[in-house]
Ligand binder design. Sequence first.
Ligand SMILES: Cc1cc2nc3c(=O)[nH]c(=O)nc-3n(C[C@H](O)[C@H](O)[C@H](O)COP(=O)(O)OP(=O)(O)OC[C@H]3O[C@@H](n4cnc5c(N)ncnc54)[C@H](O)[C@@H]3O)c2cc1C
Length: 457
Amino acid sequence: MPSSRPRVHAGPSGETCDHYPRSYYAATIGGETGPNPPNAAPPNGAHLKGGTFADVCVIGGGFTGLGAALALARAGRSVRLIDRGPIGWGASGRNGGQVHVGWQQDLPWLAARLGAGMARDLWQGALAARSHLDGLIALADDACDYRPGLIHADHRAGQVPHTHAHVAMMRDDRGYDSLTALTRDEMRALVGSADYHGGSLDRRGGHLNPLKLALTMARAAQAAGAQIHPHSPCLAIDQTGDGWRVTTPAGSVRAGQVLDATGAYARALVPQADARVLPINNYIATTEPLDPEVARSLISNGAAVSDGRFVVYYFRLTPDHRLLFGGGESYGYRFPRDIGAFVRPHMARIFPQLADVAIDHAWGGTLAVSPNRLPFVIEPAPGLFAVNGFSGVGVVLAPWLGDSVGQFMAGGPMAGTANSGYDLVKRLPAPRFPGGTLLRWPTQALAMRFMALRDRF
Ligand SMILES: Cc1cc2nc3c(=O)[nH]c(=O)nc-3n(C[C@H](O)[C@H](O)[C@H](O)COP(=O)(O)OP(=O)(O)OC[C@H]3O[C@@H](n4cnc5c(N)ncnc54)[C@H](O)[C@@H]3O)c2cc1C
């Protein structure tokens, strides 16, 4: 692969990347809802200027790229990380903050498609990823606002026996006893909505402020010696005689290795990665701060909630008693003009009692969905790596897989060991979307719309 010259987009949504979107998370570090916590202040890196050298250049300052940069710097490698926007500008700094233990596909699906041994290894990997997140949260004075508990809520009565059987299987076959089945009455006591018929509670799940997590990781990577350059879009990746050259508008990095960790936000940068992901837009709104009693009536134990819809509804309370609600998708290049108005009917469907509550923040994000909903690691040319395809569950998996790929690229002690995330994910199939980069969008979007329609009945 001698050269890659991408078109530079502002992003699938056409948003500017000069500053963070107007999200609740940006407000928590910008002073809108309180003083800047010292550990959440954005890293002070300058944009990349002039010709520079590094062992590794990481493109993308989300969980994947930051995890890799941190591991590489800790292993003593010189590393430069560039991002087109401020650090955490992409999905990592604007997602639902839900901490899921596991993969987008459940263990029976994984066992049926990939074999029992692979399913077992993937479960061990998921547990390792969850422990890795504990280590990152511990770096922040405020633990990135982490709160324990993740409720899976079934919106159809017929789903409940399946969920309860899953809880029993996880306990009996995997020895995972953090998961509890919830009856309809137990669900109603926890979630103040008539929409749900039962489900489960995972005490190892939880929720956090993802932008604070991204900035905590960036600070740790800087402290370990990584050079971080926000506002430095990669324009081209060129193969040279002894490695790679990554070019930005004002500078370049010559590096032995390059990691493409651009999620759903770069198109045509590394075509082999691009062909394996479909960018999908998803939307979130936060209400005004609610009376604490009203907030408790929505989710009494403070856990995060996500439901069983194909286009999942996910919600949780923030430390200042807002409801943060995610719901609704789109598959085009633009976000709706009024995202608050787009999310509100979804929120009102679950919580009609909030119909008149003010929405203070509303924003969209773009996630990278892979054909099998599992992430992939590829090396399309020697020294050029790409990690992507977290398909909506990257808060736990992306920092861990980034770390593991960083360790592999550094040639460190984890390379080649059985439970490294790199080895595990390399064993997964990494299919391309049929139809190529032009046709995959309309055909897959049509399929997604059909599945989303089924949620309504
Ligand atoms: C609305 C939404 C809600 C979600 N909710 C959850 C959730 O609750 N729980 C969960 O586990 N997961 C969730 N996810 C998924 C999760 O956010 C992602 O899987 C994860 O953040 C992916 O991290 P990443 O580092 O791979 O990509 P990103 O965080 O998207 O990072 C990619 C970075 O690359 C940069 N970039 C792109 N092109 C270039 C270029 N040419 N040059 C330089 N830099 C470039 C971008 O600016 C961006 O910062 C959600 C995603 C969205 C969009």
